[in-house]
Design a protein around this ligand. Structure first.
Ligand SMILES: Nc1ncnc2c1ncn2[C@@H]1O[C@H](COP(=O)(O)OP(=O)(O)OP(=O)(O)O)[C@@H](O)[C@H]1O
Ligand SMILES: [Mg+2]
Length: 421
């Protein structure tokens, strides 16, 4: 083995030892934290049982709201604690006030179930999690002080055997090494087991989640209908004020030309020329309306090409990062197109930016679109109609809209749409 290989091997061992120590420490820390909340859960469980017994004679009913608040507070404390270890559990507000409300609250019932399991299983695991490092410390250092204490101390941390010489004390210290190995090997799994009831029972109740989702869908459906009605009105206005007026002019001019034909053919020709101009303008306006419904560039060049085209026509230098392996539903692509078109128009009109970036990606069936600029910031949906229209369009597709534009900039407009294909 070369010197280099030996050094590499030594580095590898050191890295493995550091990693194991970190795992053991983190597991122990989680278990000890869990032990703290388990002690509180045990007190609360006893209080709950006491309240239940007292409720049989009526007095306990007065205590139900207080116990309910205690359970919710402890559950929220556990949610906050577990969030530090990457377990995201949203905290809940106060439980319903009355006895009947508290009993009917599904989330509270699940929290009570968690209190019972955390006060027993969680307590036991937490206790072991705290005792193991203490035993390891005691046994590891035993060789240094075995001769100091009374004779009962001359034993291992598990209480068997007695020690009469330093050589025998060294065996006890070896047991300490064993404890350390147990801590490193088992404590992360023990911590996971301790938090398992919380991960099952302290998540929002699925039926509550579903009713929130229904409320959200009802709201976005209303927004979709609003956006649809608004869009129809816009198209109707564009047709009425543009093409329809031009076509009326065409019929009037054609009628005048027909009447002038016999009297003054030169006048008739001039009228026919004007009628032709009006018909061509009507055609151009009709094309513009059609383009505003579904930009043909999308079917010609795809979303990537269409967005690149928008960026290259932007008044501010604009980078484009596109990662679109597939295609989305036409209406989703059209929405993404209009989002970027409005955002880049705003960048050019309001931002004073030197650079803008358009990023799009397709991940897990969702289309992510982000437009950023390094300008003044201060964009707000309530100041105009463009961004608000974008937000409505996006929400109508059950997507998410985020506008982040602090006073000094930068401005980030991020939109996420279900791909729908
Ligand atoms: N990128 C940006 N940087 C700085 N300010 C912005 C930016 N985008 C929008 N704003 C500000 O937010 C306001 C609202 O934008 P919005 O697009 O809704 O309306 P608008 O562009 O003024 O009008 P329109 O209805 O024609 O779009 C703008 O008036 C502008 O003050
Ligand atoms: Mg605008």
């Amino acid at each position: 083995m070369t010197t280099q290989e030996t050094a590499r091997g030594r580095d590898g061992v050191r890295e493995a030892v550091v990693r194991s120590a970190a795992r053991g420490l983190s597991g122990t820390e989680q278990l000890a934290g869990g032990f703290g909340t388990a002690v509180m859960a045990l007190v609360l469980l006893l209080a709950t049982l006491g309240t239940a017994v007292l409720s049989l004679v009526g007095v306990g009913l007065l205590l139900v709201p207080t116990v309910a608040r205690g359970i919710r507070a402890l559950a929220n404390r556990e949610r906050g604690r577990l969030a530090r270890y990457g377990v995201e559990l949203p905290e809940l507000g106060s439980p319903p006030g009355g006895v009947r409300g508290a009993l009917a609250d599904l989330s509270l019932r699940r929290e009570l179930g968690w209190t019972a399991s955390h006060a027993t299983l969680g307590f036991l695991l937490g206790f072991l999690g705290v005792m193991l490092p203490l035993a390891a410390f005691r046994d590891l250092t035993f060789v240094l002080w075995w001769w100091v204490g009374p004779s009962w101390q001359s034993a291992t941390s598990i209480g068997v055997g007695s020690v009469h010489s330093t050589a025998e004390a060294l065996w006890v210290s070896l047991l300490g090494v064993g404890w350390l190995a147990v801590i490193v090997g088992v404590s992360p799994n023990m911590a996971r087991l301790q938090s398992w009831p919380a991960r099952k029972l302290l998540v929002p109740d699925p039926s509550v989640d579903l009713s929130l989702r229904v409320a959200e869908l009802t709201a976005t459906r209303a927004a979709a209908l609003d956006a649809h009605a608004l869009e129809l009105r816009r198209i109707e206005r564009s047709l009425h004020d543009g093409s329809q007026n031009r076509l009326v002019a065409v019929t009037v001019l054609l009628g005048a030309a027909r009447r002038a034909m016999d009297r003054n053919p030169a006048d008739a020709v001039e009228l026919l020329d004007r009628a032709q101009d009006a018909a061509e303008t009507a055609l151009a306006e009709l094309r513009a309306v059609a383009r505003s419904i579904l930009p043909p560039v999308l079917s010609d060049r795809g979303l990537a090409g269409a967005l690149t085209g928008l960026a290259s026509n932007c008044g501010v230098p604009c980078d484009v990062e596109i990662d679109l392996p597939g295609r989305c539903a036409a209406s989703v692509e059209a929405t993404a197109y209009f989002v970027v078109a409005e955002a880049l128009t705003n960048v050019a009109k309001h931002s004073g930016a030197h650079r803008a970036t358009v990023t799009t990606a397709l991940r897990s069936g969702r289309l992510h679109v982000e437009v950023t600029d390094d300008g003044y910031g201060g964009a707000d949906t309530v100041k105009g109609s463009g961004l608000d229209g974008v937000r409505r369009r996006v929400e109508a597709h059950d997507g998410t809209f985020r506008l982040d534009s602090p006073p000094e900039g930068p401005t980030i407009l991020a939109v996420e749409l279900p791909c729908g294909s």
